[in-house]
Design a protein. Sequence first.
Length: 629
Amino acid sequence: MTKNKPGSKIAIFISITAIIMAIFHLYTAGFGRFPALQQRSIHLAFTLILTFFIYPISKNALTGKWSIFINSVYSIGALAACGNIAFYIYYVLFERAGESTNIDIVLGSILILLVLEMTRRVMGWALPIITIIFIAYGFLGSYINIPYLSHAGMDVHRFISYTYLSTEGLFTIPLGVSASFIAVFVIFAAFLVNSGVGDFFMNSAMAIAGDKTGGPAKVSVVSSAIMGSVSGSSVGNVVTTGSVTIPLMKKMGFPSVLAAGIEGTASTGGQIMPPLMGATAFIIASVVGVPYLTVCVAALLPAVLSFLCVYIIVHFEAVRLGIKGLPKAELPKLWPVVKKKGHLLSPLIILVAMLVMGFTAMKAGFYSIIAVIIVCSLQKSTRMGYKEILGALESGAKAVIPIAAACACSGIVVGVLTLTGLGLKISYLLVDIANGSLPILLILAMLVSIFLGMGITTTAAYLLVAIVVAPVLVQMGIPELAAHMFVFYYAVISTITPPVALAAYAAAGIAGTDPLKTALTGFRVGIAKFVVPFYIIYRPDFILVGADPFKALVALVMAIVGIWALAGCSCGFMFRQLTPVERIILFVCIPLTIPSHFILNTLGTGIVLLISLFAWLNSRKSKELPVIA
């Protein structure tokens, strides 16, 4: 980001614009949204303007007057293009039957270029390049004489009409969700963070897990789970909790690269941890057509297992390295922590209660923000003055920018896929490659999700894959919500997959380690997560929506056995060093726990338990039994 001097005219302009944007979203949340095109175009205009003045043109960006001039020109273009939609086109579009004029062509082209520039500044080149390739395919695909790729063609008027003048391209569902639910919940998260709830979460995690084997590493996992449920941001989670846990892990004897890898991997789980989760959860709710609370319920067990995977490997590594917990005398006590700042959890409880009672996500978020301000005023130490409130509004609006960029840019891709029919063709291609085999199709979906997720946000990765892969899974008989959760989970995991692993890179910066080595270590620490989505597909009760309680319990037990086996296999340690043969046997047992098959489940579970027991007994003979905590 560009570092503007506090108090400078540009800094004041950014703050005022961000605060107005936040107020706009809170007003529409509390008193009713504008029609779709108006709401989304105003939202996009705000994010474009903020992006141009917050994010530099390049690392070696022009400074001073030239930079201000260029960003001002871009901002005027954004106002003209979005204002044309919000205050003119919306009122005359019906009369024109959706046809584009020459002015629309110009303004639509400008807006598409500005969205590409916004995404490049915020997220780098990966997603803009993908989008440009799809646009080129849209115009040139009729000249490609290749099965599955050739299409009838697309002219400029048709492309602009669909992408710029409808709610099917730029202004499709993802940007609509960003302009409504996501913006409100991100602002709510900003209010929570500014209230000091982060310190409460960190101290609670220290009290719960600090004295366990490998204490600071387990604090990292627990604090990331709690804090991530509020922030929904992997990198934000790393910066918040990692600044405390990484130095502590290094102090207790964890190698620097392992400490950074643990924090980076643990922090990614916050995107699927209810109640707030990440931005993608709101998009899933809109795409599938279910309440947001249903997505939260569906994500609960996969999220818990995401952190359990890391917790297990952390324990194995701590036992291997002989790292004990922190002295209890140095740790906070849980009850005094809860007594002092436990009231800060009230807004979260109110949010969940309102969702359960049937309030819309926007209304629940709006009233929960008011609850934060009221609850914080109960104690002088947490009271929020007008500066804190304005600061929360500003930081919340700024946090929406990457989400809006991903949604808008992905919307262009969605438009091209629909116009050319490529999405449907790729779906048929995947079915042909898999030859009707669900396991092969799932592996293909996993690889595509991980590959597309390298270098782009979880939201963008999910959108790109969900359009193509999720419908195929549904066609194969998978429940729609389970299909989208499968894709979503792997989109989250892609953020810890080298060579581009943003959370690991952020952790490497705190630990002072090589980013690539940190990413590889984080990948190894989190590898057990890769098996969890398969339980979502093969055991629909695993996502709890309309589930049989007994089957859900069995699914959970089998998933725990599977991740335990994969953790031991990848770590090469389970109470003691495992032999190559034991690791191979553990790996072979994992698929036996996935399908709902009594004999296979019993066989797989029995072998994993025998190897675990054998390793435990051997470790007891050689030394004092390690603590399981």
